[in-house]
Design a protein. Sequence first.
Length: 351
Amino acid sequence: MTDFVHLHVHSDFSLLDGAADINGLAEKAASLGMKHVAITDHGNMFGVLDFQNACNAKGIHPVIGSEFYMARGSRFDKSGSENGNKYYHLILLAKDEEGYRNMVKLSSLSYTEGFYYKPRIDEELLSKYHKGLICLCACLAGEIPSLILENNIDAAENRARWFRDLFGDENYYLEMQDHGIPAQKKVNLGLVEIARKTGIPLVATNDTHYIEQSDSIAQDILLCISTGKKRSEEKRIRFETDQFYIKSGEEMAALFPEYPEAIANTVRIAERCNAVIPEPGPLLPDFEIPSEFSFEDEDRLYAAIDNEEISAGEKFEKKKSLRVLLFPTRTRSTQPMPRAYSAWRPPGTTA
């Protein structure tokens, strides 16, 4: 069995694009004997916690990542149409907790500061929050592949060097893909040339959008819903082949027989990505109790009201009046209610 790790994977949290259920992803990876699998949804991290839990349940190591949209210029440039305001794709994977937190920061800022058709980051943000991350140059929509397709190999090499210098020698990879698309053949040759000149390592991925090959039709329907088109229409966005599924290690190795190192690098990357999403439980505020406040006096008075032979509604009103007498300057909007008062409500009322 060939050791291989899928590092470019879209779940159904890649909204109206990915058709892979998170539990199904983990189950499929386990059935193929894989020890690791990544999640890299488009422009969000919505599914990462569910993904971590699903992988842990199957005994698989989860690699936490995302496929970011990166603006050509500043993230604050929000002019022109979607096509006129081009953005590139970029894969980021978290090596450790610092990397995970930086990824969260990048994802948040892509929405709050960079959103224009898509949530976008830029060079400034990437330079500030790159630590603890491994970067892959992404699919045909990535910057390096796009430049290669434009026959601008020198610019592609210069940009690859920039990313390598930012992330470090062992944290930036040129990403090879082969879904039977002619453009990928050209890009792969360019990536190999850049790798030979710069020493930047290669890594092989499959741009997974669904689990089984037969799921390609369901994913195509999602694209139609996303773009408001019918499947019968000729002029619409569609995937060129049905090869965007979870392939076995043997299938991936057969696609890149001349580049076994690109297959082996998937395992090396996954083994270095040990970020674990913390689950600390409820994070409650630490209120400082005012000096005039006494739990003992309050509890004693409320207990006395509870012992009175009156209706529940009357008890509620008496406690409400007592609270005003004890703490005339406190309001519900700015101060926590006393314990005994806040613990009870009359029937049909809410907090």
